[in-house]
Design a protein around this ligand. Sequence first.
Ligand SMILES: [Mg+2]
Ligand SMILES: [Zn+2]
Length: 211
Amino acid sequence: MKAVLLDRDGVINSLVYYQEAGVINAPLKLSQFELLPRVPEAIRLLNDLGLGVAVVSNQPGIAKGDFALETLWQFNDAMVTAIRSAGGHLDGIYYCLHHPEAKLPEWRRCCRCRKPEIGLLEQAAADLRVSLEECYLIGDGIPDLLAGVRAGCRTIFVGRWKCEICQFTEAPNVRPALVAKDLWEAVKMIQCEVMSRSAAVPTARSDSTSY
Ligand SMILES: [Mg+2]
Ligand SMILES: [Zn+2]
């Protein structure tokens, strides 16, 4: 495996509970944008393993009139700065800003980039010069899993807040390869897989010489 594609909300930053509406959703303002525990360290570890790392995120909030484009860039800066302060980096950041029922006509579109479509994943993989079969896709929602399976990625489902989703993840077009409680745990799983694969060949050889 060569790269890891990350969903943003619920994987990198925490979701927000909106009491009045009774829903859990993406942050709308900078004061609500908080990275989840050990996220910068997890991304640093992926960097150290030699894997490419890109964010692939649906962000329909601008299209819906929930926040301004400028706010998205504030979130983006906060995310990049926190990752950098742990010595990590992202190799790419991709947002789909469209929504089929957008309030703002310039973003109203049935696009190919909004997950569960795979346009965003394709763009990230192309820029990283890897195939989608060489990518992990980590997400906390059904659209992430659908896109990951469709694209041929190895998918990892993370999250506790949305655990009611687990009952829907059994179908073969959604079922994740791995389930982790957070990004750090997911990255430790990736580390195990990457390291066990690179160790497999020499072990087999030393056995065959013992005849
Ligand atoms: Mg998410
Ligand atoms: Zn789009």
